[in-house]
Design a protein around this ligand. Structure first.
Ligand code: SF4
Length: 705
């Protein structure tokens, strides 16, 4: 039953599209949620996940309600008070830091954290504990794009906005299925194409998907050959005279070296390596070259790779050689998987970053942050990245880990190894909303956290749009907002600078620290956000119309030379190659109605109806060779583990390639649904992003022993 409380503007907590919603608190403590018709991203529309957002709050049946703790792994967890839980955790952290140094402890957080939460985590670990051991699951999702932007444009800066979709006359979608994973954005693409049929859509994906359904050309490449394909597109563009030599001469560097690389291989050779028709490469290059404005969109197919940075750079190169950047409808738009992966990058919430795009390796930047925080010196070497944390737990370098707002035993590659690492950890803190994550079984301390709509803060979506999230209802039991938990812990450790009265005070400090940087939001307050609804950074103080739809409109980039850099990336192969024993290429993916590890969407019966169980997608030819029929149980085995799921036959996947959805984990019973039993621990050498999209497996029809 609705009260007269007005509906409150907020943001969907699922994907990085960042749709606006209205949250209405109800008399019984529940909320009702609808799309916000005034929000520019979605104009009231929501996808299936957003339409069921209210259940993340209203279903409290599995909520963690009070802190729990145990003094030994052999003893059961017991209910304790907040003071006792945090005092013991602080004592354990202090002991490890004193005995083994600050790098013996770590925070592993999430792109679902609000910006204010990221900020205090970063300040505590980097400023006061004195280690850079703060990493997040954004490492698994966006870190290759971050490095690509920094190398090509000088900083991690998405130059475009969603309104460029409607202004582009060619869209290049690479390694992504936005029809399922970023649905509201894709609806805008579909509407644009329907209204302007001459708009060309190129999709690069090893599988036919709902996104390829409206493509003018689908380049169904062999997984891992993205760089070769992008170089072939570049070669065709150069041969056709469709490069912008004026832009290259005035605003870019590295073209000649790059040109030499792309001309090392003929189009026919590239086509054969990629497994696509040369004519289709020429067709796609013709669309790109003939475009008044082309926009590219990409996600995990490029990022989650042992050559993820190279893939990103090779795509960015297409924009730089054509001058398709810094003007309406043109530029690269990396789509974030998580709602606030961008906000985390803004505060420096990865183990190799500092706040506001400052450089960890730069002593002046470290000193600037140290002075602002009034902290000790900041460590000058990067901390452990996501997978490195678990390796360090396994070999004993890392003693204590604090995991919040993420479910690594489903989402990390080679998950059984991650499980073994967590079992060896000396001390594990899990800060969570619900009883769903598998990590709880390893926790020495469990801290109950407030959920979406139970706490206030800000998030930034994939187009640099910052929005305010409202607290609509109280959290159940003794659950607290994540930022408050971290600040209480910092105070228990005896550190100053964590006496924030509320989220807004944290935000104000964060905004002040951005002053003078490329993402300066020193002019942006909660009041402005609440009045305007949202703002794209930078938003500098003292400017008349300070929010920014597009970057680089003056073609001045953030590199020291102010020129963009065309990197001559070679087509390296660093993945686990198929062989006689493991002949199939496994890739992982997402399904329409589930999000990440299903701790939220998996509890909504409507969302479970779309695809109710894990599966292996394989080509009918391969199924016939293996003697497998639709719905037969199959075993998928790699050098690391196995999975047993039902077969789904699809002519839309390349023969020799199989796909597992990444959502299912162990908590639903056996761990045999978990794709990450088999995935590889290979990482991109620069971004340290895992190779979720490529490993070698064998597939066999399951026969009961
Ligand atoms: Fe939420 Fe993303 Fe769906 Fe929008 S598209 S409603 S942000 S899940």
């Amino acid at each position: 039953m609705a009260t007269k409380t007005p509906a409150l503007p907020s943001i969907c907590c699922y994907c990085g599209v960042g749709c606006g919603v209205l949250v209405e608190p109800l008399k019984n403590g529940d909320v009702a949620v609808v799309g916000n018709p005034d929000y520019p991203v979605n104009r009231g529309a929501l996808c299936s996940k957003g339409l069921n957002l209210q259940y993340t709050v209203n279903d409290r049946s599995d909520r963690l309600l009070y802190p729990q703790m145990r003094y030994s792994r052999h003893r059961p967890l017991q209910r304790v008070g907040w003071d006792e839980a945090l005092a013991r955790t602080a004592a354990v952290f202090k002991t490890f830091i004193e005995q083994y140094g600050p790098d013996s402890v770590a925070f592993y957080a999430s792109g679902q954290c609000l910006t204010e939460e990221y900020y205090v985590l970063n300040k505590l670990m980097k400023g006061f504990i004195g280690s850079n051991n703060l990493d997040t699951n954004s490492r698994l999702c966006m870190s290759s794009a971050v490095v690509g932007y920094k190398m090509a444009l000088g900083e991690d800066s998405v130059p475009v906005c969603y309104d460029d979709i409607e202004l582009a006359d060619c869209l290049l979608v690479a390694g992504a299925n936005p029809a399922w994973c970023h649905p509201i954005l894709w609806r805008r693409v579909e509407a644009h194409k329907a209204a302007n049929p001459s708009t060309k859509i190129i999709v690069i994906d090893p599988r036919a998907t709902d996104s390829t359904a409206i493509a003018d050309v689908h380049l169904q490449l062999i997984p891992g050959t993205d760089v070769v394909l992008n170089q072939a597109l570049a070669r065709a563009l150069i041969e056709n005279g469709d490069v912008d030599l004026t832009f290259i001469e005035q605003h870019a560097e590295g073209f000649e070296a790059y040109k030499a690389i792309v001309f090392e291989r003929s189009l026919a050779e590239s086509a054969a390596l990629c497994g696509v028709a040369e004519a289709d490469i020429r067709l796609a290059a013709g669309y790109l070259g003939g475009a008044r404005a082309f926009l590219s969109m990409w996600t995990m197919g490029l990022n989650q790779s042992a050559v993820g940075v190279d893939k990103n750079l090779s795509l960015l190169n297409l924009h730089l050689i054509t001058g398709q950047i810094g003007r309406p409808g043109a530029g690269p738009l990396s789509l974030t998987g998580q709602p606030n992966a961008m906000g985390g990058r803004e505060v420096g919430g990865l183990s190799n970053l500092l706040p506001a795009h400052r450089n960890l390796a730069n002593p002046a930047h470290r000193a600037e942050v140290q002075q602002f925080w009034g902290s000790g010196p900041l460590a000058d070497t990067p901390g452990y990245t996501a997978t490195e944390m678990f390796e360090a737990l396994e070999d004993g370098r890392l003693k204590a880990i604090w995991i919040l707002c993420t479910n690594p035993l489903t989402s990390l590659p080679n998950a059984r190894q991650a499980e073994a690492a967590l079992a060896k950890a000396k001390f594990v803190v899990v800060q969570e909303v619900s009883t769903q994550p598998e990590t709880l079984a390893y926790a020495d301390v469990i801290l109950p956290a407030a959920a979406w709509a139970e706490k206030e803060g800000t998030m930034t979506n994939s187009e640099r749009r910052i929005s305010h999230l409202v607290k609509a209802v109280d959290a159940p039991g003794e659950a607290l907002p994540d930022a408050e938990i971290i600040c209480r812990f910092a105070r228990a450790l005896g550190f100053p600078g964590f006496d924030f009265p509320n989220a807004e005070a944290i935000y104000r400090e964060h905004a002040r620290l951005t002053a003078g940087t490329t993402l300066d939001i020193s002019g942006l307050t909660y009041d402005i956000l609440k009045t305007r609804g949202s703002v794209q950074w930078p938003y500098r103080a003292g400017q008349a119309a300070p929010d920014t739809a597009r970057l680089f409109t003056d073609q001045q980039f953030y590199t020291p030379s102010r020129r963009a850099v065309i990197h001559p990336v070679a087509a390296a192969f660093r993945s686990e190659a198929p062989d006689d024993d493991f002949p199939f290429i496994l890739t992982t993916g997402r399904i329409r109605d589930q999000w990440h590890t299903m701790t939220k969407t998996g509890r909504v019966s409507k969302l479970n109806q779309h695809i109710p169980q894990a599966f292996l997608e394989l080509h009918p030819q391969d199924a016939q060779t293996l003697g497998v029929a639709e719905d037969d149980l199959v075993t998928v085995t790699s050098r690391r583990g196995d999975v047993r799921v039902a077969a789904r036959l699809s002519a839309g996947i390349r023969p020799g390639v199989v796909l597992l959805p990444m959502h299912w984990g162990k908590r639903l019973g056996s761990d045999l649904n978990r794709a990450n039993n088999v995935t590889s621990g290979a990482l991109d050498p620069v971004s340290k992003e895992p190779d979720f999209k490529f490993c070698a497996v064998q597939v066999a029809k399951y026969r009961k022993p």
